[in-house]
Design a protein. Structure first.
Length: 407
């Protein structure tokens, strides 16, 4: 099994290197790892008290951020090493002030894992949610480094819990403690012999609360809304946009719409605006006159979505016609009713919000139209659903403090 794992890692790296010739993200993945060990060695050579946090990508980083910042506040004697696997995390957060050193994670080859752990010599290691790298975990265990994973969810379908999953179960033995989100995860781990488990909840609730309390003002968006009802569509994909734009084009009501797509490359933005039949404007470089005249605001940059929701009355979360919906909690913490597509069942918070009556899903355009018309036209329904969303987030805070109290 180890041989198969090693071959799969090498195959993955080979595929990414080939893709780098025509795929910008793959190129970032490859270029970001050039001379990586030299950069790491130069940065940390005189450091002794390092703690390592690892995140797969931007979403996991945001989930882990409250723990990173609270740890730094409570333990100023340590410096933080933050690593990312994906360019979506590193390229956006490589200047994050909460970490002292930020790197790409070298591929999980045995020699790379050994060299990386030798260089940073961490006093503790934290993995966020779903990161299980065999050779890194093996090196940490070999050195008796206290190693934790938090905000994680385990499911019966994972290889850890299959009769043939011995290789994957051995990875888990490297963890000093598991901080899981729910009872099922604890039960699954207990069932294969791991008792070092605590149900701490999801640190994303702490993060979205801090986002809401510290969200930045966006004067252009405030001017765009002009006191009218606004739909915020966040992290949308083409299928989401197809349905939303059909509603926008056919609606005779005096509403405003903000579309913040998951991908903001020029081709995608151009494809969005080409479908819109009402006055639209792109967010960057728009004049006040253009913003005042527009009914649709298309966000063509990254980094503003979490601050957009404060200007909304209804929210739409994309991804429900693909691999799964994106972050519903950012909209919920601002007290908005939420709509998304049918692929939401992997996300406990989405199921919870539906049960509470603050979120709804749809499968075809006619259902989306009914939902949007209802939220726009029924103020009591809109406000009650939004209040339920906010109350849900507020009730789930505190995971970060619980985790660090047990370290």
């Amino acid at each position: 099994m180890v041989l198969f794992y090693n071959l799969s890692i090498r195959f993955y790296v080979l595929v990414v290197r080939i893709a780098a010739f025509f795929n910008p993200k793959a190129k970032q993945w490859v270029d970001g790892r050039k001379n990586l060990f030299s950069k790491i060695e130069a940065a940390v050579k005189d450091e002794e008290n390092l703690v390592w946090f690892h995140s797969a990508s931007l979403g996991e980083f945001e989930q882990g951020r409250p723990v990173i910042e609270k740890f730094k506040e409570e333990h100023p004697e340590y410096k933080i090493v933050l690593t990312f696997f994906s360019p979506s995390g590193y390229e956006v957060r490589n200047n994050y002030a909460g970490a002292d050193f930020i790197f790409y994670l070298p591929a999980d080859f045995p020699s790379y894992a050994r060299k990386f752990v030798d260089l940073i010599n961490p006093k503790m290691a934290f993995f966020i949610k779903y990161e299980f790298w065999n050779h890194y975990l093996k090196e940490l265990k070999k050195r008796n480094v206290p190693t934790y994973i938090f905000s994680t969810i385990f499911r019966p379908s994972q290889l850890f819990f299959k009769p043939w999953g011995g290789f994957h179960r051995r990875m888990l033995s490297a963890f000093t403690h598991f901080f899981v989100q729910n009872q099922e995860s604890e039960d699954l781990l207990n069932g294969i012999g791991f008792k070092n488990v605590s149900i701490a909840g999801d640190t994303r609730f702490d993060r979205v609360y801090s986002i809401a309390t510290g969200s930045k003002s966006l004067p252009e968006v405030e001017g765009f809304s002009q006191g009218r009802l606004v739909l915020i569509a966040g992290s949308t994909w083409p299928k989401d946009e197809e349905f939303l734009i059909k509603y926008i084009n056919t609606s005779e009501n005096n509403y405003k719409y903000i579309i913040a797509a998951h991908e903001v490359d020029e081709n995608h933005i151009n494809n969005i605006v080409a479908q819109i039949e009402k006055p639209w404007v792109r967010y960057t470089n728009a004049s006040k006159e253009e913003i005042d005249a527009a009914e649709v605001l298309v966000i063509d940059c990254i980094g503003v979505l979490s601050s957009l929701y404060r200007y909304g009355d209804v929210s739409y979360i994309g991804g429900g016609f693909g691999r799964g919906i994106h972050n519903t909690l950012e909209a919920a913490t601002f007290g908005l009713p939420i709509i998304f597509g049918p692929n939401y069942r992997k996300f406990q918070e989405a199921k919870d919000l539906i049960k509470l009556g603050s979120s709804s899903y749809y499968e075809k355009y006619e259902d989306l139209k009914i939902l949007l018309d209802n939220y726009f036209e029924n103020e009591n329904e809109r406000q009650l659903s939004g209040q339920k969303s906010k109350k849900y987030v507020d009730s789930k805070r505190g995971a970060s403090a619980q985790i660090l109290s047990l370290i």
